[in-house]
Design a protein around this ligand. Structure first.
Ligand code: AMP
Length: 215
């Protein structure tokens, strides 16, 4: 099973990817997580990416394609993968197609997750993430931000720098300019399955399973 979860920031790709990981026993490849890890480890890529992430812009296609090439060729992806946050530009999508041809593999489904912009802004503004396992939480009450802990691993929860209001708007602009056209690329290939990503996490997951004929 090789799936791409596609959609704007805050649509729920990370949350749904984690459920699909457990269901299908294949890894989530989140390029955002890989970049944040590189930043916190201070690697060469991390040093180059830090300011770009903070500004809500896209890291260069060259760097991203190289990251994906290494990961998809690794052993952990041999039974499939869930791509979360890649591709984000048409050149990335084209490079992915080429790489998969070289590996004699193909994408099974591109799940296009849709939510209106107002809802996205609301969700991103209250999103917290576990420092240790990456689990995502909506925090409704400002009061709880300080001492909130992950209910899976007790890790500390934090708000991503790029989820601050001023950066959210920039990221949505980048999405509509650079990432939205990727949708057309995959609909042209007949791989796009569009779902409404509103309602409970379980409901959205059912929609995804239906879209990929697993329900
Ligand atoms: P995410 O966690 O998917 O929201 O990604 C966080 C940030 O990482 C994005 O705002 C970009 O700065 C960067 N990023 C992640 N994936 C990509 C990609 N495929 N291409 C370019 N930049 C990316």
């Amino acid at each position: 099973m090789r799936i791409i979860l596609f959609g704007p920031p805050g649509v729920g790709k990370g949350t749904q990817a984690k459920i699909l990981v457990d269901k299908f026993n294949i890894p989530q490849i989140s390029t955002g997580d890989l970049l944040r890890e590189a930043v916190s480890q201070g690697t060469e890529v991390g040093k180059q990416a830090k300011a770009v992430l903070e500004a809500g812009q896209l890291v260069s296609d060259k760097i991203m394609i190289e990251i994906i090439r290494v990961v998809l060729k690794s052993d952990k992806c041999k039974n499939g993968f869930i791509l979360d946050g890649f591709p984000r530009t048409v050149p990335q999508a084209e490079a992915l197609s080429l790489l998969l041809v070289q590996l004699h593999l193909g994408i099974d489904h591109v799940i296009n997750m849709e939510v209106d912009e107002e809802e996205i802004i609301k969700r991103l503004g209250k999103r917290m993430m576990c420092k240790d396992c990456g689990k995502i939480y909506p925090i409704d009450n400002d009061h709880h931000r300080g001492d909130a802990r992950c209910d899976s691993c007790s890790g500390e929860l934090f708000q991503r720098d790029d989820d601050k209001p001023e950066t959210i708007h920039k990221r949505l602009l980048v999405y509509s300019r650079s990432t939205f056209p990727v949708k057309k690329y995959y609909s042209g290939l007949g791989l796009l399955r569009t779902i409404k990503a509103t309602g409970t996490v379980e409901h959205v997951n059912n929609e995804i399973l239906k879209a990929i004929n697993h329900k």
